[in-house]
Ligand binder design. Structure first.
Ligand code: SF4
Ligand code: SF4
Length: 356
C-alpha cells in the first residue's frame, strides 16, 4: 500500500487546501468528551483523543433524517405532492476516525446495500464521504477490536490511515478516494521503505496493548433456540434500565423508525434512529408487543449482534469492539462477558457474571 509522508508543520495548510474541494469533519473537544463536528476554515481536528463518545455513524446515517416533505398550501408551488427532501451530498472528509469506526461502515453496508435493496440515502451519503483515519497507538482498556475482526491499525473501510510518527504522519493510502484527498491536500511526498516497517512496528505495539480478548469461535455452531432459551438472560438483563445508550452509541446499530410529522398544512416524513431496548420498538398496532418484557429486549440486542448476524452474514459478529457500550452503560453491562456466556454455553451449565 502506498505510504505518503506528511510533515506536521504542513498538516494545517494541507487541510486548508483540501477544504477547497471537501467539507471537513473531525473530532472537537466538548467538555470531557470529543465529538465529530464540521470544521471551520483553518480549524484542525483535535487528535489528542482516545475516541469520540458518539461514533461518526451519524455523518452518513443521521440520527434524524428528512426523507419526504409536502405542503397542502395551494399558494405554494408543487402543493399536494410528496417530494423527496433536498440533501447535500457534496464531497466531505471525516478526519481522525478510528479504524474500528471505519470498519463499522463496512459492517452496516450489509444492511443498507444488499442485492435485494439499496438504501438510497445511506448509499449516497457513504459515497460522498472520504474516511481519513487515525491509527490507535493507545487503545482503551475496554477496546477489543482485535477480537471483532478489526484492529488499531486496520484499514478496513478507510481511504487513508494516518500513523503518528512524532514530527510527521505516515499516511497509508488505501483507495482511489484516499488518493483524491491526498492530491487535494497536496500530500505528495512518498515515504521511504523504512515507513512500512515503522507502521508495522507501531501496529504490533498497539495490538499488544489490547488486553481484552473475547472468544467468538463457537457462536456460529451454537443452536439458536438453545441460546434463546438459555437461563442466563434474566441475570444479563437484571440491571438494565433500557436507556438505549448502548444502541445509540454503537457504530454498528442500524435500526430506525419512520414517522410523519405535520405542522398546519406542511408535513415531513422522517426516519429516526430507534433502539431495540425501548418497549415501543416492537409494539404492534393491535397493542400486542412480542418484546414487552425487558429481558426479551436485552436478549434481542445480544442475539442480533452475536448470533443472528453471525449466522446470516458469515462475517463475524455485528460489533467492531469499540468498547463504547461497555464504557457508557450506566449499569456496567458488558458485551464482552455476554459474548463469553453465549460462546461457551452448553446445556450442562452456565455462568452469569455479566457486570464489570
Ligand atoms: S446502556 Fe446498559 S442500561 Fe442502557 S439499555 Fe444498554 S445495556 Fe441497558
Ligand atoms: S456493540 Fe458495543 S463494543 Fe461493539 S461496536 Fe457496538 S458499541 Fe462498540
Amino acid at each position: 500500500m502506498k505510504v505518503i509522508y506528511i510533515e506536521k508543520a504542513q498538516w494545517a495548510s494541507g487541510l486548508e487546501k483540501a477544504g477547497d474541494s471537501f467539507r471537513l469533519w473531525g473530532p472537537v473537544r466538548r467538555g470531557q468528551f470529543y465529538a465529530f463536528e464540521e470544521l471551520a476554515g483553518g480549524q484542525v481536528p483535535a487528535l489528542d483523543f482516545r475516541n469520540t463518545r458518539l461514533s461518526a455513524k451519524g455523518l452518513v446515517y443521521p440520527q434524524s433524517e428528512k426523507m419526504f416533505e409536502y405542503t397542502l398550501d395551494p399558494g405554494q408551488p408543487d402543493h399536494d405532492l410528496l417530494k423527496e427532501a433536498q440533501k447535500d451530498y457534496s464531497p466531505r472528509a471525516v478526519l481522525g476516525i478510528r479504524p474500528c469506526d471505519a470498519d463499522a461502515f463496512e459492517l452496516v453496508a450489509r444492511n443498507f446495500d444488499t442485492p435485494e435493496y439499496q438504501d438510497p440515502y445511506w448509499l449516497r451519503a457513504r459515497e460522498a464521504v472520504t474516511l481519513v483515519g487515525l491509527a490507535c497507538a493507545a487503545p482503551c482498556s475496554t477496546c477489543f477490536c482485535t477480537s471483532a475482526g478489526s484492529g488499531p491499525f486496520s484499514t478496513k473501510g478507510l481511504d487513508i490511515l494516518l500513523v503518528d510518527s512524532g514530527g510527521n504522519f505516515l499516511a497509508q493510502v488505501a483507495t482511489p478516494k484516499g488518493e483524491a484527498f491526498a492530491q487535494a491536500a497536496g500530500w505528495r511526498q512518498p515515504a521511504d521503505d523504512a515507513a512500512a516497517a515503522e507502521i508495522d512496528r507501531q501496529r504490533q505495539v498497539a495490538e499488544a496493548r489490547i488486553d481484552s480478548h473475547v472468544a467468538t469461535e463457537r457462536l456460529r455452531q451454537q443452536d439458536t433456540l438453545t441460546l434463546h432459551a438459555a437461563p442466563f438472560w434474566d441475570d444479563v438483563a437484571f440491571a438494565c434500565i433500557n436507556c438505549g445508550t448502548c444502541t445509540y452509541l454503537c457504530p454498528t446499530c442500524w435500526c430506525f423508525d419512520i414517522q410523519d410529522e405535520t405542522h398546519g398544512r406542511q408535513g415531513v416524513r422522517l426516519r429516526n434512529w430507534d433502539s431495540c431496548m425501548f418497549p415501543l420498538f416492537t409494539l404492534h398496532g393491535s397493542g400486542h408487543n412480542p418484546r414487552g418484557q425487558k429481558v426479551q429486549r436485552v436478549r434481542q440486542r445480544f442475539m442480533h449482534k452475536l448470533k443472528y448476524y453471525v449466522d446470516k452474514y458469515e462475517n463475524g459478529i455485528q460489533c467492531v469492539g469499540c468498547g463504547r457500550c461497555v464504557r457508557h452503560c450506566p449499569v456496567n453491562i458488558d458485551i464482552r462477558k455476554v459474548c463469553e456466556l453465549m460462546n461457551s454455553y452448553t446445556l450442562a451449565g452456565d455462568s452469569c457474571a455479566v457486570v464489570s
